[in-house]
Design a protein around this ligand. Structure first.
Ligand code: NOJ
Length: 522
């Protein structure tokens, strides 16, 4: 299981209210006890934080908010001592506007080598006053910003698929390619075990840069043929990267963030000479409904089998509404989220857990506007609530905020008072807590040869029930519906033993609504 640490919200060691790398290091025991195999760290590089660190000003250093290079070295070393692998976040689609390359591009002239690292174009219309095309930023507004040239005249426009502080790099430029290959080596030489690739489907753009029209929303999801998402040219980049990691000991791996139109398109990134794994967002996006969940599982398993890549499963991350809330919130949401966790952890392949889901944290929906930091909130004048609600710092201990997150009273986003019930400290000693459920599930996942990689076979057990077998001797039954369901007794056999359930099962053996059960069979 790979555990996503959103560094600024995990643990703060120095009391500034922002989590940091020494904070992560101080909690390695927690990760080990939870049953984590690898940790993915969100970006910790020097950054003006226009997009919480996904605007990188220097790819070979650490922002003082989060620590120093020495802290990364210490963290890697100590994590390895605990048997944990470290995956870092690589952001190749765009830099920060404060990156030395972009500063140089602004100071240089149109047509210069400095501008050629980014996507600068002349504007359309009289005096070049109109943007080069109608593409929109993912966070609202235009995807183009006009610069003022050195002679103070209005100048060219540059592309930014995210905020204006995140100018897109031009990946047809060999200098850009060489730079990132060198960055990969820099971190591999320091001992990291892999990379999560940000916006891996965005690097290549249609050189014609056509206006978006018809079924392509101006800022919208990847659809086949889209001019800036999932262009075929992107695969060359990953083939070159794979050649680099293959030359390092310890099997460093890539996990790609790819939002593409279908599992078939996703599979292209996972061909044997490309990336090792990718997030499987079709599972995350599926509603709490048996048919939809089963279809997401089936399509993913089938598409990835074609390229012999392992499937991965994820329910939450720092960009989406936490799944307790997505599944309805309150008691029903928590119940479903617990069942979904046992479903995910029983499926074949790898699983990603986003910090706090093991505590059953909810989306914080009532953050006051003035504390919100996500650019998508500010760039849409609040029309989009943004992603701060899933990024609230973790509650570790105690009765009051910041619940052990920070040694001072500070916390960069306020935590709800009722998280006193959800602290690690409180849940550790509660056999019925979500933390205990995750720990037990992850322990079984390590112990049982049937779990993790391998095959699965569905068992037909009713329209609202997802049931499947893993060999040797394991069955998972998830009742997605509301009414109790009969377990598939003919498959389970008389000797079946209940290993773990997400909610108590009655003495009649029926699986209540929104409940998952793991069985050992004969
Ligand atoms: C995906 C990251 O997960 C998200 O947080 C970020 O805003 C965008 N990429 C842009 O880098």
């Amino acid at each position: 299981m790979i555990y996503q640490i959103y560094v600024r919200s995990f643990a703060d060691s120095d009391g500034d209210g922002v989590g940091d790398l020494p904070g992560v290091r101080s909690r390695l025991r927690y990760l080990r006890e939870l049953g984590v195999d690898a940790v993915w760290l969100s970006p910790f590089y020097p950054s003006p934080q226009a997009d919480a660190g996904y605007d990188v000003a220097d790819y070979r250093d650490v922002d003082p908010r989060f620590g120093s290079l020495a802290d990364v070295d210490d963290l890697i070393r100590e994590a390895h001592e605990w048997g944990l692998r470290i995956i870092i976040d690589l952001v190749p689609n765009h830099t920060s506007h404060e990156h030395r390359w972009f500063r140089a591009a602004l100071a240089a002239t149109p047509g210069s080598r400095e501008r050629a690292r980014y996507i600068f174009r002349d504007g359309r219309g009289q005096g070049g006053d109109e943007p080069p095309n109608n593409w929109g930023s993912n966070f609202g507004g235009l995807a183009w910003t006009r610069v003022t040239e050195a002679d103070h005249t209005p100048g060219q426009w540059y592309l930014h698929l995210f905020t204006p502080e995140q100018p897109d790099l031009d990946w047809t430029n060999t200098e850009v390619r060489a730079e990132f290959e060198s960055i990969l080596r820099f971190w591999l030489d320091r001992g990291v075990d892999g990379f999560r690739i940000d916006v891996a489907h965005g690097l290549a753009k249609d050189p014609e840069m056509p206006d978006l029209a018809g079924h392509y929303a101006i800022s919208g999801p990847a659809i086949e043929g889209h001019p800036h998402w999932d262009q075929d040219e992107v695969h060359e980049v990953y083939r070159a990267w794979r050649r680099i990691t293959d030359g390092y000991p310890g099997d460093p791996t890539f996990v790609a963030e790819v939002w593409v139109a279908s599992p078939q398109r996703l599979a292209l990134y996972l061909r044997p000479d490309e990336l090792h794994t990718a997030f499987n967002f079709s599972f995350l996006l599926a509603p709490w409904a048996a048919k939809a969940l089963r279809a997401a599982v089936d399509e993913s398993v089938a598409a990835l089998a074609e390229v012999r890549a392992p499937t991965t499963w994820v329910l939450s991350n720092h960009d989406v509404i936490r799944h307790v809330t997505r599944y309805g919130g309150g008691e029903p949401g928590t119940r479903r989220a617990r069942a979904a966790a046992l479903l995910m952890l029983a499926l074949p392949g790898g699983a990603y857990v986003y910090q706090g889901e093991e505590l059953g944290l909810t989306e914080v929906t009532d953050l006051p506007d003035e504390v919100r930091q996500d650019p998508s909130f500010h760039r849409t004048a609040g029309a989009e609530p943004g992603r701060d609600g899933c990024r609230v710092p973790l509650p570790w201990s105690g009765q009051d905020p910041p619940f052990g997150f920070s040694p001072s009273g500070a916390s960069w986003l306020p935590q709800p008072a009722d998280w006193a019930e959800l602290t690690v400290q409180r849940q550790e000693s509660d056999p019925g807590s979500t933390l205990t459920l995750y720990r037990n599930a992850l322990r079984l996942r390590r112990e049982l040869p049937a779990l993790g990689d391998g095959l699965m076979r569905w068992i037909e057990a009713g329209a609202d029930v997802l049931a499947f077998r893993r060999e040797p001797g394991f069955v998972c039954v998830v009742n997605v519906g509301g009414a109790p369901a009969e377990p598939p007794d003919d498959v389970l056999g008389a000797d079946a033993v209940v290993l773990l359930t997400s909610a108590p099962i009655g003495s009649d053996g029926r699986v209540p609504g929104a409940t998952a059960a793991w069985y050992r069979t004969g």
